[in-house]
Design a protein around this ligand. Structure first.
Ligand SMILES: Cc1cc2nc3c(=O)[nH]c(=O)nc-3n(C[C@H](O)[C@H](O)[C@H](O)COP(=O)(O)OP(=O)(O)OC[C@H]3O[C@@H](n4cnc5c(N)ncnc54)[C@H](O)[C@@H]3O)c2cc1C
Length: 435
């Protein structure tokens, strides 16, 4: 449990930050005090108290993403996490990092710093207090207790390799460090301070940046879609298929939320990176929704035939509304120009097959996404091929490490992105004890 004392401590901590003076040098400088940077600082100091750690963040109050995450409740991790929950770089690298600090260790770590976690739907783990601010307060308190120095309001402008380490150029002057960790996040929610500057720094330090797109972003539908505006606010389970160059590249199932601009909800957010990346690569990409997830054209068509025999007087719209939400049923019939009032006995074979096809392959004319402002993550980033999975150290720039979302790893909805931040922070912190 996070106590009142801890919240007081956080306030005291903020006051201390206001009087912070940037030291001239340190052993380890961490750029970015989000989830991954805080974890790196804590573990670096836990593994070796003799290493001085300075955590620099451009934001006056770091941890903005932790605060807004999970609807301000912070979905800290998930009961079941594996490399299959992520996209981006090589799964073997992701697996190795996750296994170094698995979910059980995350739960124990948070319990230790005063944040008990409980499980909710889909294995998501949230703080028992249901307050993201308690997660952030506990992390900040632990950072301070470990003796890492947090320099908030210190924007890093560049990182230059020099003899014996790095010169970190900040808007408050330079800092010399033997090792540097890039924990600058991606580009999602840029007002939080994660605006992609870390990619430019990594590139200047010799890294390949896998081109980036928003991930976990709501999707916009173009004006040819007549359904979404009419059913805004309705959610239903669907299977989304992304078609690339005429073949299905990925199918994902889950809850879809129709909105005034297009589609959102877990399945749309998860699929967004696939559509956006295919578009980025200049491929021919489209998306369809199976409104009867788990069914095929043949099974849906057979189902309609069965229903017509069993209940020939039932109206088409009433029958369809027993399969999908009523307002969606009405919108589909409108779009297909089918009369919802006709009894199933009079439903022609051609129209029945047209409807069955529409139900399993409803076209979603995606016009794009709502962009980084509304995205929860970034796909792409520092190539995993250039990172040692046992240490998070750069293979191209000795002394540099990368953790968290700045890397080419993006998780699906459900606590997986934070788990990546905790695990990669742990791996880097442990390795930095030996510099
Ligand atoms: C609305 C929203 C909700 C989310 N909910 C969840 C959730 O419930 N569960 C989950 O697992 N994931 C969630 N995520 C994703 C998760 O927040 C991120 O994946 C995670 O925070 C990444 O951690 P990070 O430390 O790598 O980067 P960030 O959290 O982005 O932190 C990077 C830090 O670096 C700082 N920085 C950047 N550039 C510089 C610079 N040049 N100089 C100094 N400082 C710099 C930034 O100010 C920032 O504080 C959510 C994201 C959003 C946007």
């Amino acid at each position: 449990m996070v106590t009142g004392r801890m919240v007081d401590t956080a306030l005291w901590f903020i006051l201390r930050l206001l009087t912070f003076n940037l030291p001239k040098s340190c052993d380890i400088a961490i750029v970015g005090a989000g989830a991954a940077g805080l974890a790196t600082a804590i573990f670096a100091r836990r593994f070796n108290r003799s290493r001085s750690v300075v955590l620099l963040d451009g934001a006056r109050a770091p941890g903005a993403k932790i605060l807004v995450s999970g609807g301000s409740r912070c979905n800290v991790t998930n009961v079941s996490v594996s490399e299959r929950d992520y996209w981006g770089g090589r799964p073997a690298v992701i697996r190795r990092v996750l296994r170094a600090f698995p979910v059980d260790d995350t739960i124990a770590f948070f319990r230790e710093i005063g944040v008990g976690l409980h499980e909710e739907a889909h294995g998501k783990l949230f703080p028992d207090t249901n307050r993201a601010r308690d997660v952030l307060a506990a992390l900040l308190h632990e950072t301070d207790a470990c003796g890492a120095q947090l320099a908030s309001g210190h924007r890093v402008l560049d990182v230059e390799p020099v003899a014996g380490g790095f010169r970190i150029v900040t808007d408050h002057g330079p800092l010399q460090a033997a090792a540097v960790v890039l924990a600058t996040g991606g580009q999602a929610l840029p007002k939080s301070g994660s605006d992609g500057a870390g990619f430019a720094m990594a590139r200047r330090l010799g890294h390949t940046i896998v081109p980036t797109t928003p991930a976990l972003a709501p999707l916009l539908l173009d004006a040819t879609d007549s359904v979404h505006a009419a059913v805004s606010g309705v959610s239903q389970d669907v299977e989304l298929a992304v078609w690339v160059d005429g073949a299905v590249a990925i199918r994902l199932t889950g809850s879809l939320l129709w909105t005034h601009f297009g589609v959102s909800g877990p399945v749309a957010l998860n699929v967004s990176r696939h559509w956006l990346r295919a578009q980025l690569e200049g491929r021919k990409v489209s998306m369809t929704a199976n409104l009867r997830p788990g069914e095929s054209f043949d099974t849906v068509d057979a189902d309609w035939q069965r229903r017509a025999l069993a209940n020939p007087k039932a109206a088409l719209q009433t029958t369809l509304a027993s399969m999908v939400p009523g307002s969606v049923a009405a919108a589909i019939l409108r779009q297909l120009t089918l009369d919802g009032g006709i009894p199933l006995a009079h439903f022609s074979r051609d129209d029945r097959r047209r409807l069955a096809r529409a139900l399993v392959e409803w076209p979603l004319p995606i016009a794009g996404s709502r962009g980084y402002t509304y995205a929860e993550a970034t796909a792409g980033g520092v190539s995993l091929a250039e990172i040692d999975a046992g240490t998070m150290a750069s293979r191209t720039c000795p002394g540099l490490s990368c953790v968290g979302e700045v890397l080419d790893v993006d998780g699906r909805i459900g606590g997986f992105n934070f788990q990546w931040a905790w695990s990669s922070g742990f791996v880097a912190g442990r390795a930095l004890a030996d510099i």
